[in-house]
Design a protein around this ligand. Sequence first.
Ligand code: DAH
Length: 349
Amino acid sequence: MKNKLEQLRQEALKQLEDLKESKSLKNQKEIWRALEIKYLGRKGQLSQILRQIKDLSTSEKKEVGAFANKVKTEIAEAFSEFENKFLSSKAGQSQVDMSLPGKRSSLGHLHPITLMQRELEELFKSLGFSILEGPELESDYYNFQALNIPEHHPARDMQDTFYVNWEDQEDENKLVLRTHTSPVQVRAMQEFGAPLKAIVPGKVFRNEALDASHEHTFYQLEGIMIDKNISISNMIAVMKELLKGIFKEEVEIRIRPGFFPFVEPGIEIDMKCRLCQGQGCPVCKQSGWLEVFPGGMIHPNVLEAGGIDSKKYSGFAFGLGLTRLAMMKHGIADIRLFNSGDLRFLEQF
Ligand code: DAH
């Protein structure tokens, strides 16, 4: 029996020694656990031998018993030493398994609206426009009043507005989530004066009933050009150039009169709907045309609000639906996809 015990001792220690060579920490742990059960477990080999001791004679019991205890302690110590040194010590934990395949970290990419915005910024930069920003939380004054839309003017109904702190504020300081990027027109005039060529891309907010083409949050891009002798033909030329730049081909447009209190005259530039090729679909409200650039000649009242002499200078302004343009460009039929966070949609860009 002593021989058996000695054999067991040697075998257990040898297996532990071999295990030290193993490269994979995960495997090492698993094998260590299995060996521990094999040698030290209740049904393990050592227990089996120990159970037979009771059948020995008294003198043998004493001798073999003492030896068995020694072997058991030695094996147990070897196992716990292995655990401390190789499995749970700092060195063990930080051990990198070089044999495992690496994890590729996936990089995201820019949102389709951001891509559209950057493309337009490049185009306008090439035409000599600068790029400006304005606050998303805007005063009633800049959002409406400075744009020739006084309190109670019916034109306010065109833009369902999210008012903020309606009760507490003085009229002029009443805050709104800007309903369009147009307030930056007057801010820019006040800051830079004339002549001025600038665009303002940005987020705008409206209390809309949601459907395939209306969201509460969307993007516009405002543009203004102010100088001596600017006329509506300058605007049409810039718009045509722009559409050509975006769609890489001549785009069919039509021009209609349009009303906005901050321009006179006001126009609407429509482009042929590219989703249905002018046949009519839900996105173009079955008309075959999409309003892309509303704009016109900046109203003298607005120039004056911006501190610019309206007798000396004239200019045009337009507000383009950045979100809508991205829909046209990529053939996206539902505006709600942009903010849905749906990767199946986003990963296409
Ligand atoms: N701000 C208008 C809107 O959101 C769009 C617009 C119309 C902007 C005419 C302009 C403009 O600059 O001249 O509905």
